[in-house]
Design a protein around this ligand. Structure first.
Ligand code: PSU
Ligand code: MN
Length: 303
């Protein structure tokens, strides 16, 4: 493993000293937002983690190496290349590494690399899940399998309603993944604070969340934990408006025959176009909010 994994000097120093570290993904940079907002946001998220007292480790595949901790120049490179960078999930790693290629890491791949590096907490925007219509397409994100097997705590703002949220929760239950609501009983739906679905447990402080994760690890249960953090009230969107855009995007994807790994990036871009800039600014704010919570959980975990 050693020759594949490169931990940046800052991240390595923090891990050796037992300081809190927060992993960050890179598909959100290359495929989740347009340039240059993607790069600005990625750097701002790192700064937010630092301000909250933890060390950020943005994760990507660069030249076939699994990198935990990127330089600002590497973040700029991924952001500028955008969708031309391969979106890399678990199944993509073998060939991309052998080829010496670049890859933008999804939630699944970021969990894998974070775990190899010894990082336990990871902040992102939204996770992949069970797509609408999965009864026939079987389109279920590898993110859910990863949550079921890799011991990393993932902080997100719930999942976008581009997915079937009810089936996503059922799948996580089957895989034994605890779904925690931070200060809420309801699963947040990314742009909105509510979804009509209940989380498994409501926990109100970073300390309680860290204690639950610690217990999960001490018992050797395996697998991760999903912490869902509602978008701040001030940035949450009108549910009718966002859901209309999502329904339209899902219908467009069906009509165009979009499938496989293209589905999520297509839906994300289409929703953004249909809602103008509003969904993008909401997206940026919720990621910053998740980075802050993740830093507090990471701090509590190292105590
Ligand atoms: N959902 C979002 N924003 C994102 C993604 C999902 O709201 O940026 C990205 C994440 O990197 C996630 C990936 O891990 O899409 C899931 O893709 P798929 O459904 O193809 O597994
Ligand atoms: Mn898929």
């Amino acid at each position: 493993m050693k020759e594949h994994l490169i931990i940046s000097p800052a991240v390595k120093a923090a891990l050796m000293a037992g300081e809190p570290v927060v992993a960050l993904e890179s598909t959100i940079i290359s495929h989740g937002m347009p340039y240059p907002q993607n790069v600005e946001t990625a750097l701002k998220v790192e700064e937010t983690v630092r301000e909250a007292g933890a060390v950020p480790a943005t994760i990507a595949l660069i030249g076939g190496q699994l990198k935990a901790g990127l330089t600002a120049a590497e973040i700029e490179y991924l952001g500028k290349k955008g969708a031309a960078v391969t979106k890399a999930s678990r199944r993509d790693l073998p060939v991309l590494v052998a080829r010496g290629a670049d890859g933008a890491c999804t939630v699944a791949t970021t969990m894998i690399i974070a775990h190899l590096a010894g990082i336990r907490v990871f902040a992102t925007g939204g996770i992949g899940g069970v797509h609408r219509g999965a009864e026939t397409t079987m389109d279920i994100s590898a993110d859910l399998e990863e949550l079921g097997r890799t011991p990393v705590l993932v902080v997100c703002a719930g999942a976008k309603a581009i997915l079937d949220l009810g089936l996503t929760l059922e799948y996580l239950e089957t895989k034994g993944v605890p779904v925690i609501g931070y200060g809420t009983e309801e699963l947040p739906a990314f742009y909105t604070r509510t979804s009509g679905f209940k989380v498994d447990y409501r926990l109100d402080t970073p300390e309680e969340i860290a204690a639950a994760f610690r217990a999960q690890q001490e018992m050797g249960l395996g697998g991760g934990m999903l912490v869902t953090n509602p978008i701040p009230e001030a940035y949450s969107m009108d549910p009718a408006r966002i859901n209309a855009a999502i329904d339209q995007a899902v219908a467009d994807a069906r009509r165009l025959g979009i499938h496989g790994k293209e589905t999520t990036p297509y839906l994300l871009a289409r929703v953004k176009d249909l809602t103008g800039g509003d969904s993008l600014s909401a997206n940026i704010q919720l990621v910053l909010n998740n980075a802050r919570l993740a830093a507090h959980i990471a701090k509590s975990l190292v105590k």
